[in-house]
Design a protein around this ligand. Structure first.
Ligand code: KG4
Ligand code: ZN
Length: 360
């Protein structure tokens, strides 16, 4: 029986959607994990003609790229591995199965401890990636927003990962989107405006030259009593505005203003609820993770506003490379779980399955 606290290096595998990724990380402290290597094959170009991810095509491409990604991550890191972590939920079931099968085979063949990781726990752990050991204390509770293509969830994090329970995500959830996720709101409105998939980054870039007050788009559910989001009304408002302007043949010249205004509506909704939830739950720090955390306006506004909002420390963001899906965050989350002694029992190793929509 190995002492789980001696586990320091972990191989992570991520294949839940359209990024096929493997990474090796090393434990540096209770709130810092060093990424030694990360190797990702993004299928974005492959799915672009379809305007979104096609599950069957994603699975087939994962199958072809998973072993080369793992080989490269291991070679680049050049260290012995103490354990393996793999995303097994939530996600596209066929895509998840490719990573899960590779991880099971490796763990079995090399007799390494394996842990099944929740994709959102990976996003949560991304704030600790490449964070300096002496970066200072993170005042708790921390209000954590997971803003991605599939989720807009607010969590109140009361402990560092060593203290995360098995049900940490469901226990600490305080708000979520009732319809589209924030990333989906970016992607769907971008599609309406004629940008390629995924549109978030195009909106971000085009908005730089625009006026955020040009169009008055709705900020849904601003009530003080709940911390849920709704972005479907924004999508309809953008579609109506775009249709009108297109008929007048002025869409092209209005794109920067449209992008800046819709981006501001999403950022306002996110920050408004984050500040309110954080205040309600007496949080002492803020973090934003997930693909939308790469948004320059969201980062910029939070950087400019945190002091006035009463926080003593700056907000935590993952580096850009760790915002969108990657295996380093899965390895980091898995590393903390393995150190808690939560590796799968030998008897459960080969029966581990992928779960598309877990209850928690
Ligand atoms: O976390 P992620 O890679 O995948 C999921 O787990 O869903 O997030 C992808 C999402 C997409 O909706 C994409 O448009 C959005 O993140 N995204 C952005 C930016 N970069 C990526 N949204 C706004 N601004 C960005 N710069
Ligand atoms: Zn994700």
């Amino acid at each position: 029986m190995t002492d789980s606290t001696r586990i320091t290096t972990v191989l992570g595998i991520e294949s839940s959607c359209d990024e096929c990724s493997a990474a090796v990380v090393r434990y540096e402290g209770p709130a810092s994990v060093r990424c030694l290597s990360v190797s990702t094959f993004s299928q974005i170009e492959i799915h672009r003609p379809y305007g979104g991810v096609v599950p069957e095509i994603a699975s087939r491409n994962h199958l072809e790229s998973i072993n080369p990604m793992i080989d490269r991550a291991l070679a680049d890191a050049g260290v012995a591995i103490d354990g393996i972590a793999v995303t097994n939920r939530p996600g596209l079931v066929g895509a998840l199965l490719v990573g899960v099968s590779a991880a099971k085979a490796l763990a079995y063949a090399h007799a390494k401890p394996l842990v099944a990781t929740h994709h959102l726990e990976g996003h949560a752990a991304s704030i600790f990636l490449d964070r300096e050991k002496d970066a200072g204390e993170i005042p708790l509770p921390l209000l954590l927003a997971v803003v991605s293509g599939g989720h807009t969830n607010l969590y109140v994090m009361k402990s560092l990962p060593a203290g995360w329970s098995e049900t940490f995500l469901s226990d600490s959830l305080v708000g979520r989107s009732r319809d589209d996720a924030a990333g989906e709101a970016f992607d769907k409105t971008a599609k309406i405006l004629g940008f390629p998939y995924p549109g978030g980054v195009w909106i971000d870039r085009t908005a730089q030259a625009g006026n955020a007050a040009a169009f008055d788009f709705p900020r849904a559910l601003p009530q003080k009593t709940n911390f849920d989001f709704s972005f479907s009304g924004l999508k309809t408002a953008v579609a109506l505005a775009a249709e009108k302007i297109r008929k007048e043949n002025r869409l092209q010249e209005n794109l920067p203003d449209l992008c800046a205004s819709l981006q501001e509506a999403i950022v306002d909704a996110l920050l408004g609820k984050m500040y309110r939830a954080s205040h309600e739950y007496r949080c002492r720090s803020l973090a934003i993770v997930g693909g939308v955390a790469a948004n320059s306006r969201l980062r910029g506004r939070l950087d400019a506003e945190w002091k006035a909002q009463g926080y003593a420390v700056p907000p935590l963001f993952p580096k850009h490379a760790y915002c969108t899906d990657n295996a380093a965050m899965i390895a980091a989350a898995g590393l903390f779980r393995l150190r808690q002694g939560r590796a799968l029992a030998q008897a459960d190793l080969l029966t581990l399955n992928a779960i598309a929509n877990p209850e928690r």
